[in-house]
Design a protein around this ligand. Sequence first.
Ligand code: ACO
Length: 161
Amino acid sequence: MQITVKRLAAEDVDALIEIARESWRWTYRDIYSNEFIERWISEKYSKEKILNEIIRSLSNFDTIFLGALVNSTLTGFIELKIIADKAELLRLYLKPEYTRRGIGKLLLSEAEKIMNTKGIVEWRLYVHQQNSIGVLFYKKNGFEVKDIDGDDFVMEKRYKS
Ligand code: ACO
């Protein structure tokens, strides 16, 4: 299995939305209703919104949007936003059948390399408290629970620059 990471481009928009849809249905099946999940995808992952975010990430240094390819097929993505000297990990989603193969860890470490070149040493993220796979994955990758915000854990990690 050959995995590569690239910056996402406009041509990736449809594949990305499909990954988000599959991942949301799988990840949140016991957490949110089907109606909620479908509404969230159609609102937050509308083609227009995602295309704008991809274009922004290609032209603006405050957004980082990377995709993981397995043998040239897009299988997952990570999106980060830089706020002052900190980064917020907004989204990290893989196709369910490609989980647990090190792809998430690779996307995190590629994003980390970019963060380091920008002098950013601290990230935060919000993960649903009941998303046990996500919470454990982040803990294994050095994030610590710092706070609770509604249904979410707020997790943080500091990198050595
Ligand atoms: N079942 C159980 N545990 C899993 C699974 C799975 N299918 N996939 C990953 N894990 C956890 C385990 O702790 C595993 O360690 P183990 O194999 O020793 O038990 C560890 O993650 C493996 O690490 P990776 O292979 O690097 O993880 P992966 O490539 O799967 O990426 C991710 C992790 C991104 C959480 C992925 O599983 C995924 O897309 N999950 C669904 C979406 C999700 O929850 N995203 C996070 C939302 S929060 C946010 O976006 C800010």
